[in-house]
Design a protein. Structure first.
Length: 262
């Protein structure tokens, strides 16, 4: 199981991140206080420049990650809409076939949609996900061969009309494959690691600045920790919607509506 998926499924993750930020902020406070007491260290213009540069880099990483996560989230919703549309079009194209070939194909389409509804449930269990993907591809292959056989056996000139179902099924398969591949489109792990590292460094520098000044700003540091952790958690939820509280249920429900119409 991917550690990021496991963490996102745990309600403890935001609190663990909050705790980590509080620890590094306190460590920064103690470091700044110690330097100020022992050496009379005070912030200089150079210190402010370095701290501003680090926070600027953190802001850049967060903006980059959020923009990418938001785009990929919208793309996944578009892929779901495309899947629903192509399956519906292929199902309606069954009417182009001979009446004797329609019942079995309609029944397999119902099985296909049933399997698609449950396909991406609990994707953290890789073994079950792989099994569901195999079953989904199996029924999809069965539909293709069944439709191809039916179109081939249709007498001419009705055969020209019946064969139009094959491009519809092909488009349906392409949309499903695009959705499956979209699950793998994530930033490299080093980018995620860098984001967390910069977040902790930012917390440390915030505490360090207050320690050098010998002034604690409880309200500001509480806002800082809460907002930074909330922003990072939101980004990760957008990046992994199938394992987070955001989800794609508002679009996945379209498969249930489609199944009810069959």
């Amino acid at each position: 199981m991917d550690i990021k998926i496991k963490l996102l499924q745990s309600w403890q993750f935001p609190f663990l991140l909050l705790g980590a930020m509080a620890i590094v902020l306190e460590a920064g406070w103690r470091t700044g206080s110690l330097l100020q007491i022992r050496r009379g260290h005070e912030k200089s213009g150079t210190d402010d420049t370095i701290i501003a540069a680090i926070f600027g880099l953190l802001a850049l990483f967060m903006a980059f990650y959020y923009s990418g996560a938001s785009d990929r989230y919208d793309h996944r919703r578009q892929l779901i809409a495309e899947e629903v549309s192509t399956i519906g079009s292929a199902y309606n194209s069954i009417e182009l076939l001979a009446e004797g070939d329609q019942p079995g194909l309609r029944e397999n389409f119902k099985i296909l949609v049933d399997r698609r509804i449950s396909l991406y449930k609990n994707i953290a269990d890789i073994g079950q996900l792989e099994q569901r993907l195999e079953e989904f591809e199996e029924i999809r292959s069965t539909i293709w061969h069944q439709a191809a056989k039916a179109a081939k056996s249709t007498p001419f000139p009705d055969k020209l009309l019946a064969s139009h179902i094959l491009p519809q099924i092909s488009a349906m398969a392409d949309a499903a494959d695009a959705q499956k591949l979209a699950l793998k489109f994530h930033p490299p792990r080093v980018v995620t690691f860098s984001l967390f590292l910069l977040l902790l460094v930012g917390g440390f520098l915030t505490g360090y600045t207050m320690g050098v000044e010998r002034r604690r700003h409880w309200l500001l540091q509480t806002f800082f920790i809460s907002l930074m952790v909330g922003a990072v958690y939101l980004i990760l939820c957008l990046e992994y919607p199938l394992t987070s509280n955001i989800g794609l249920d508002d679009f996945e429900v379209e498969f249930i509506k489609l199944r009810a119409q069959m």
